[in-house]
Design a protein around this ligand. Structure first.
Ligand code: BGC
Length: 484
């Protein structure tokens, strides 16, 4: 599970679904309406996937489109011969992790790590505060573990926000996601900010040699332990995927004259899929989330499927039902009005409530929000959670299937990580059912997601190791290529 994930997930296995829901006519009518709006039919799944394929293709050209298809400059997966000790820095939404990974070859590694809480205020503070905090944590780790201070250490930085990557050692932030909103970073190169901060805090023996996305780390780390893995996906607070493409399939890079069959990991950065609003079935709740977001109009796909938003979708539905006089009549809903009041773990807990009368749901609503409910209202709420969770899983499947179709594969092994995948009840089953609906039994059942080895740590170390072997292309290497 990615350490970025903020939520305190319930650890029980999910219960079976509640008995057939008996509701009074008013509740039933409202639920029917929500069922209609949140259900993604097989036909719609296929249409979304078809559009997705065309957007993936467009992103590989110079034509403007929603999905940037970022070349990572990682041109090989590990072949088992990689060895050495590398530092890795993982800047997640909740935690900051510094690791030292001893890559031992043949799928083996040892990892030592320190985790630091990412203060909430930093997410909307200044850029120097953010980078000074990161650099101070790196220095602390290095001082503790390398007190001799004379060894030059190389660090791979897993920065899991959408970036343009001119080379493996450069990254320009496109837009903040996952609740970050810090001025002066979007459109800028983050590497000098990191290096300057290292200097400011007096950490002089660390050199950044690779910047990568968590999906890239997930693919590389999964491929190291499970050779044959060709895609890396995160279904967590944010959502994204990468996969291995052939160089001749990336028209926007043809000027570099690399061999046609040279592999290149492409970070799709698919959270912006359908920003043109052509195919995704957005409800009024999705529209409201978008309107209230610091980046309205962006990250359309992510806002419907990622852990960062599923709680807020539920919160808005509950408030809407209250305002229509359907739920919490005469009660004080102030707590529910706080935009941060509900995270995805709430849906998760409600979906696994083991009691017929949904007593745990009652406790949760009462203790956290001061709200009381009847049993049938709780059954309606649980069904709403299932609708949100199922829609997220089914729409998530479209992106993965689009990669399968784009690459014309008959099967795909997907290294997968993220709190929603690892912890949200039934997510994996719902996802895999949708693979089969979209691709048919034969191919759909051969799209296999497997929990990833720690991509953000081990993957960063492996990418550093690949860089050292010239298989992750630095700006110096790329400068030496003839660009038409
Ligand atoms: C970011 C991606 C990241 C994904 C999963 C998204 O919000 O844009 O870069 O890979 O979250 O962490």
């Amino acid at each position: 599970m990615s350490l970025r994930d903020a939520y305190h997930w319930p650890s029980r296995t999910p219960s079976r679904k509640g008995s057939a829901i008996k509701l009074n006519k008013t509740l039933r009518d409202h639920l029917d309406d929500l069922e209609y709006k949140f259900t993604v039919s097989t036909d719609l799944l296929k249409r979304v996937t078809e559009r997705f394929v065309s957007e993936l293709k467009k992103g590989l050209t110079t034509e403007p489109g929603d999905i940037p298809m970022v070349p990572t400059w990682v041109t090989s997966c590990p072949d088992g011969s990689e060895t050495g000790s590398y530092l890795a820095l993982d800047m997640g939404g909740t935690n900051l992790r510094i690791c030292e990974v001893d890559v031992q070859g043949n799928g083996k590694f040892d990892i030592m790590q320190n985790k630091y809480r990412m203060p909430q205020a930093l997410k909307t503070g200044t850029r120097d505060e953010l980078f000074d905090y990161i650099a101070t944590c790196v220095k602390k780790f290095v001082d503790e573990n390398h007190p001799e201070g004379d060894k030059q250490l190389e660090i791979g930085f897993t920065f899991s926000y959408p970036c343009k990557q001119p080379s493996i050692d450069e990254a320009i932030l496109i837009a903040w996601t996952k609740g970050f909103d810090i001025a002066g970073v979007e459109g800028e190169s983050i590497v000098p900010m990191f290096n300057d901060a290292l200097k400011r805090v007096g950490c002089n023996n660390v050199t950044l040699n690779a910047v990568l996305n968590d999906t890239t780390g997930t693919l590389v780390a999964s491929n190291y332990t499970k050779p044959g893995t060709e895609a890396g996906v995160i279904f967590g607070t944010g959502c994204n995927a990468c996969y291995i493409e052939r160089f001749d399939e990336i028209p926007k890079l043809h000027g570099y004259n690399f061999p046609a069959d040279m592999p290149m990991i492409i970070n799709c950065e698919w959270c912006d899929f359908d920003n043109q609003h052509v195919v995704l079935p957005r409800t009024k709740y999705d529209l409201a989330i978008d309107a209230d977001h610091p980046r309205p109009g962006l990250q359309t796909y992510e806002k419907m499927i990622a852990g960062c938003y599923m709680g807020d979708i539920l919160r808005r539905i509950l408030l809407d039902l209250h305002e229509q006089g359907i739920l919490f009549a005469g009660q004080n809903v102030t707590k529910l009005r706080d935009p941060l009041a509900m995270d995805t773990s709430v849906l998760s807990m409600i979906e696994v409530d083991p009691f017929e009368n949904l007593d745990e749901t009652q406790q949760l609503l009462e203790n956290t929000y001061g709200l009381t409910t009847t049993e049938e209202e709780r059954h309606l709420i649980r069904r709403v959670c299932e609708l949100i969770g199922t829609r997220a899983a089914r729409l998530s499947a479209c992106g993965v299937c689009a990669i399968v179709l784009k690459t014309k594969k008959q099967s795909l092994m997907v290294g997968t990580d993220g709190s929603v995948y690892n912890k949200y009840p039934h997510f994996k089953e719902r996802l895999e059912a949708a693979f089969r609906e979209i691709l048919g039994e034969e191919i759909g059942s051969k799209v296999i997601t497997t929990p990833a080895e720690d991509g953000s740590g081990v993957g960063a170390a492996l990418v550093s190791a690949l860089q050292a072997k010239g298989k992750a292309l630095t700006k110096d290497i790329l400068r030496s290529r003839v660009k038409n």
